[in-house]
Design a binder for this molecule. Structure first.
Ligand code: HEM
Length: 383
């Protein structure tokens, strides 16, 4: 294995930017396939009906799309060529889920990609032994557990806490880092660590002892979310302007949805089908995860692609559509058992995500490349 080689690139190797772009492609395809599968699950017309799309919607979205993005960003932070095995395997695993029989083959690729992600966190931890890195690595362990269970044939509703825990700890860990930088929160950080440990331990418990496990998961998630609301710089930066304010609005909206998911698990206990399942899953995956992706895209994508993705106020349009249609889907549809609202809200969710992708691609393409422009650090961009 050799270094990424920023200082002395070898001519035979792909340029780091070409490699990153190539690895984004399977992630982007997983997103499109996952959205198509979402329409199939809603029972409305979907443009593509190949393979077993509808059966793998959740795994495609969590591992093939978000997992590839997360692993790519971590590999870029590590700057070692071997680190890119994680996003490569997750991206390929996502595509294998659709087309390759039997489905455990895709599951094994996802497990390998998750194991590589854990390996990437080891040198990152040696570089910076922060609580935030530990929390993110703990999230990657849940990703590995979820992928192994999937490859072993465990049905997805039983795995949902693993998938949710993976992304909550990964993204929450990132926010923890920034809260620490901004406020030097000291002892308060111990509170976040206890809540994250609670989430982490409750995930396997939700499989073994569902009644207690789901309630502990919900309780720990509520504590962690309240911690984030109190200490995240978003509460302060929401009074700012431009990208900083946009990111803060998306972050705070995401925390609102985490409260909903935590509340459902705490009050209802195990939810593995029906309206509670749809509501808790998508409060986390659309309300929190997708909103966080909207918030971070103008910061993370330029670091990954070395192309600017300038903020534009039009980015509020997909964000507002996402949260408004999610309210329709979860509060009116799932909450009051109105199928029409689940369907209409779900279609609105797909429109919101596609709209954001179109705006992001358009924004990158229309912005001239400035070679010498430094990439903003996360602290600069969110402070
Ligand atoms: C963009 C709009 C989306 C729509 C319309 C949508 C729709 C659906 C529907 C209708 C279901 C079946 C629910 C049930 O069985 O009660 C489902 C399941 C699921 N969705 Fe989504 N979804 C969307 C986005 C996402 C995203 C972004 C993620 C993850 C990042 C995600 C993860 C999941 C998971 C893990 C499941 C459970 C899968 C299973 O039980 O097989 N969804 N989705």
């Amino acid at each position: 294995m050799s270094d990424d080689g920023a200082a002395k690139p070898k001519p035979a190797q792909p340029s780091p930017t070409a490699l990153r772009l190539a690895l984004l492609i399977p992630g982007g395809l997983a997103l499109l396939a996952g959205l198509d599968a979402a329409l199939l699950l809603l029972g409305v017309g979907a443009p593509v009906t190949v393979g077993r799309l509808a059966d793998v919607h959740g795994m495609l979205m969590v591992y093939g799309f978000v997992g590839t993005l997360v692993a790519l960003e971590r590999a870029v932070a590590l700057s070692k060529l071997w680190g890119f095995l994680a996003p490569a395997s997750l991206g390929l695993g996502g595509l294998a889920l659709i087309f390759v029989e039997p489905s455990w083959i895709g599951g094994v690729l996802l497990a390998f990609g998750s194991a590589m992600l854990i390996a990437v966190y080891v040198p990152l931890w040696q570089r910076n032994s922060a609580t935030a890195v530990l929390v993110q690595a703990a999230g990657a362990v849940l990703a590995l557990g979820g992928a192994i269970l999937f490859a072993s044939g465990v049905p997805i509703p039983y795995l949902l806490p693993w998938l949710a825990g993976y992304l909550i700890l990964t993204i929450g860990g990132e926010r923890l880092e920034l809260a620490r930088v901004a406020f030097a929160v000291g002892n308060a950080e111990a509170g976040a660590l206890v809540a994250c440990a609670g989430i982490w331990l409750a995930v396997p418990a939700s499989l073994l002892w569902p009644t207690a496990g789901y309630r502990v998961l919900g309780g720990a998630l509520l504590v962690f979310t309240v911690w984030l609301i109190v200490y995240d710089i978003a509460r302060r930066t929401v009074r700012s302007t431009g990208l900083t304010r946009f990111s803060a609005v998306c972050l705070l909206a995401g925390y609102f949805w985490l409260l909903i998911a935590g509340g459902i698990w705490l009050v209802v206990g195990p939810v593995r089908d029906g309206t509670g399942y749809d509501a808790s899953a998508h409060a986390v995956f659309l309300g929190f995860v997708m909103s966080m992706i909207f918030a971070h895209a103008p910061i993370i994508l330029p670091a990954v692609l070395r192309r600017p993705l300038p903020y534009h106020p039009v980015m509020y349009v997909p964000a507002v559509v996402l949260h408004a249609t999610l309210l329709l889907r979860i509060v009116v549809g799932d909450g009051a058992d109105q199928l029409w609202a689940v369907t209409a809200g779900g279609i609105g969710n797909v429109v919101a995500v596609l709209l954001f992708v179109v705006i992001a691609i358009g924004s990158v393409l229309m912005t001239p490349r400035v070679k010498s422009k430094p990439e903003p650090s996360k602290q600069e961009a969110t402070a």
